[in-house]
Design a protein around this ligand. Structure first.
Ligand SMILES: [Zn+2]
Ligand SMILES: [Zn+2]
Length: 218
């Protein structure tokens, strides 16, 4: 299992930075893209640098419909494989219809299995509903978030029903971060407002997020 950040405000080694988030997940059987950043050209550039072929993406999962998470979607669907797109059920019908011009839309409301070792928390939160991913590894579960609009507390609470959490990776927005104290590895990405506080207080568990960041799990 490999996870690689493809879109973030920080970038290294030839990757381009931009406001938004996207992460590639390679399981033993499937290639999954979680969110698509804002700019499709930047996303495709970063995929090229990472040697990820857009035609080999099997599933695209959209955490929520904010512009910095869906902006690259039409590019990927236009130039890549017409992968199935998993969206929170509550997103607008207009957006669902635009995606349906290219491919199948799978609407997610409840927690459930996406494929082997990958689960969705289902839609959480009230104002902006969002789904996060729970990825099973030997070290414990990897939680992948978009912007964390529902709050880390509700996402981690839901995820704990699936087993121990090893790491949380993604944008944490304005979420309360106290809950992260018990988690062995914390990777705050693009929209995390309390990033300085995390760096200062979680010196052991904090890992820097940047486009190109890659991590392997068994
Ligand atoms: Zn958002
Ligand atoms: Zn965001």
């Amino acid at each position: 299992m490999n996870l690689q950040i493809l879109y973030d405000n920080n970038a290294r080694n030839g990757f381009k930075a931009g406001w938004g988030f996207s992460c590639f997940i390679k399981t033993s059987k499937e290639n999954i893209l979680f969110d698509t950043g804002w700019n499709g050209n930047i996303l495709l550039h970063n995929m090229e640098i990472a040697k990820i072929n857009p035609e080999k993406i099997d599933k695209i999962i959209i955490s929520h419909s904010d512009w910095d998470h869906i902006g690259g979607l039409n590019h990927i669907l236009k130039y890549g494989k017409k992968s199935e797109v998993y969206v929170p059920k509550s997103i607008s019908d207009n957006l669902k219809n635009e995606i349906k011009r290219y491919t199948n839309v799978i609407e997610i409301s409840k927690a459930g299995k996406i494929c082997e070792n990958v689960w969705t928390t289902g839609e959480l939160g009230e104002k902006i509903k969002e789904q996060s991913l729970i990825i099973k590894t030997e070290k414990g579960n990897v939680i992948l978030t978009g912007c964390t609009h529902p709050g880390l507390e509700s996402i981690t609470e839901k995820s704990r029903g699936f087993g121990e959490i090893y790491t949380v990776i993604g944008g944490f927005h304005d979420s309360d971060i106290d809950i992260l104290g018990e988690i062995p590895m914390v990777v705050p990405c693009h929209c995390t407002e309390k990033i300085e506080e995390i760096k200062k207080t979680m010196t052991e568990s904090y890992k820097e997020c940047f486009t190109g960041f890659s991590i392997y799990f068994i």
